[in-house]
Write a protein that binds this ligand. Structure first.
Ligand SMILES: [Zn+2]
Length: 234
């Protein structure tokens, strides 16, 4: 038994839900990766590299510290582990990161087209825009640096050019919801664009105004997490 077991179980359950929904692009591959931060620690639980989700058991998941050192797990972590760690380090509001190859969102990475907040619930949940992160090879430092350069907008979802999507949030449950909302928005936006007619948008300024509710929640989450860290308890 390990204190990380509940987190491993939760990550694997999230992976299986994403796989069933087709968010990894296939149901029989190992694409995509999922991680969660352990409460009160600079530690994450992340999926291993190159193993089908249906072949995974919780004990196969990796536990890494923020320096990338493996604390538990028999396999190499996902090649995108440095990208996940960079998200946690640059976004202290984030406790979960999900990287998918979800089809509708990925399509916008092929036309290098950001997705505006077209629905008010999306502006609150995801942010005022879903930006495209310039291409970098999977697992490369280029990709990591390109992601980090976008994180300051505090949004919860990004599209990786010619690759997939990257979602993050305060919990696995919320981040899974953000990934679903992103896919729904991308699909509806594509359907609307396909008509060739003008796309209507939310009133000017409303998406950013609504997203301020989210950034206030993020600030509260940052304070909650900081209070859990050992140094804060002294
Ligand atoms: Zn990928």
């Amino acid at each position: 038994m390990s204190k990380y077991d509940p987190y491993k179980k939760q990550v694997l359950e999230t992976c299986l839900q994403l796989m069933e929904a087709g968010f990894f692009g296939t149901r029989h591959g190992s694409a995509g990766n999922v991680s969660v931060q352990v409460d009160g620690e600079d530690t994450i639980v992340i999926t291993p590299s190159g193993i089908k989700y249906t072949d995974l058991s919780p004990a196969d998941l990796c536990v890494l510290n923020f320096n990338g050192a493996r604390l538990e797990g028999p396999h190499e972590p996902s090649v995108e582990a440095p990208m996940h760690l960079a998200c946690y380090q640059h976004r202290p509001d984030v406790s979960s990161v999900i990287h998918t190859h979800q089809p509708h969102a990925s399509a916008f990475g092929l036309i290098n087209h950001s997705i505006p907040a077209l629905f008010d619930e999306v502006a609150v949940a995801i942010g005022h825009v879903v930006e495209v992160v310039p291409y970098g090879l999977s697992g490369s430092n280029d990709l990591l640096e390109n992601v980090v350069a976008k994180l300051d907008n505090r949004c919860h979802c990004y599209i990786l050019q010619n690759h997939g999507a990257l979602c993050m949030g305060p919990s696995l449950e919320k981040t899974l919801l953000f990934a679903e909302l992103l896919e729904k928005t991308a699909m509806v936006y594509q359907m609307a664009l396909a008509t060739g007619k003008e796309i209507t948008t939310l009133p000017e300024g409303l998406p950013l105004g609504l997203f301020q509710i989210t950034t206030m929640r993020q600030d509260m989450e940052i304070a909650r997490k900081a209070a859990l860290m050992p140094a804060a308890a002294v």
